[in-house]
Design a protein around this ligand. Structure first.
Ligand SMILES: Nc1ncnc2c1ncn2[C@@H]1O[C@H](COP(=O)(O)OP(=O)(O)OP(=O)(O)O)[C@@H](O)[C@H]1O
Length: 270
């Protein structure tokens, strides 16, 4: 059981308050989906939650321990982070790239002990990459590569998994497969948070939705409580139609609202 918490988190990037006082609790067993308009601060929040950015104010704790004070190895074993649009620099076989997820455990990718081999095999199976093991990771499509990088994060078997837009490059079938994997990770007791832009998919899989806007948590809670037509107008600047079909919440964006001066990006530093 791992609880990742942000307490009054403020992060400045360049001349912007990317985060301006975020309080957030990510609990084990739950899939939290972070949504919000472009520039709202979602990636900044996730990178700070992963201990990769030092906040100007406030702190992030994992089970009460500040993440920026954890040793790098301990943090990498505890928090798996999948960045947005990750790339693979070297033409390593897919299985070797995924095996890199075992490095935080001191396991060498070319000499994995049985538990490392099991973790890699389970990750390959989870994202449907059987048959790709020996392909050079640089010779894959964008969606295939995205699944390799997710598998690398899964192979770490960290109790906390943070994924920045893990399904953005995927076809509809693989979006569902990957979100099922992430949901199952949460059901198995992990603490899982993902960033997504597809609000209908977010509503379908999220236990909790956190809506970020202008560096602040504008709303959080169950999908039907957060993804309301009024909330979407206020926070995304869109007129949307929210309905329920076959038990699923469906969000259709109809048109952008002409809100004068509507800016969703982080406010400039005074
Ligand atoms: N390196 C940087 N230097 C200065 N400002 C930055 C930097 N990176 C991001 N920002 C600004 O910080 C704010 C938050 O950016 P962030 O990437 O966290 O947004 P986001 O919600 O993830 O957006 P998107 O949906 O477009 O991915 C934005 O206003 C952005 O312009």
């Amino acid at each position: 059981m791992s609880t990742l918490q942000a307490h009054g988190l403020a992060v400045d990037l360049g001349k912007r308050h990317a985060l301006a006082g975020v309080d957030l609790t990510l609990s084990s067993g739950r899939l939290t989906v972070i949504v919000g308009p472009n520039g709202a601060g979602k990636t900044t929040l996730m990178r700070t939650l992963a201990g990769l950015l030092e906040p100007a104010d406030g702190e992030v704790t994992l089970d009460g321990q500040p993440v920026t004070r954890m040793l790098a190895g301990e943090r990498a074993r505890s928090i798996a982070y999948l960045p947005q649009g990750g790339t693979v620099a070297w033409p390593l076989p897919v299985s070797a790239v995924i095996a890199l997820g075992r490095l935080p455990h001191g396991e060498k990718p070319d000499d994995l002990p049985p538990r490392g081999q099991e973790a890699v095999a389970a990750a390959i199976h989870a994202v449907g990459l059987e048959g790709f093991e020996n392909r050079p990771a640089t010779e894959l499509s964008g969606g295939e590569r995205a699944r390799v990088l997710l598998a690398r994060a899964l192979a770490t078997q960290a109790p906390v998994l943070l994924a920045d837009e893990p399904v953005a490059a995927l076809d509809p079938r693989h979006q569902l497969i990957v979100l099922d994997v992430l949901k199952n990770q949460a059901r198995a007791g992990r603490t899982v948070a993902v960033i997504m832009h597809d609000l209908t998919l977010a509503a379908r899989f999220a236990d909790v939705i956190v809506l970020l806007n202008q560096g602040l948590v504008a709303d959080s809670g169950a999908p039907e409580a957060v993804l309301t037509e009024e909330g979407l107008a206020r926070n995304f600047g869109i007129q949307a139609h929210v309905s329920h079909e076959d038990g699923h919440l469906v969000v259709v964006a109809d048109r952008p609202l002409p809100v004068p001066g509507h800016g969703n990006a982080a406010p400039a530093l005074k």
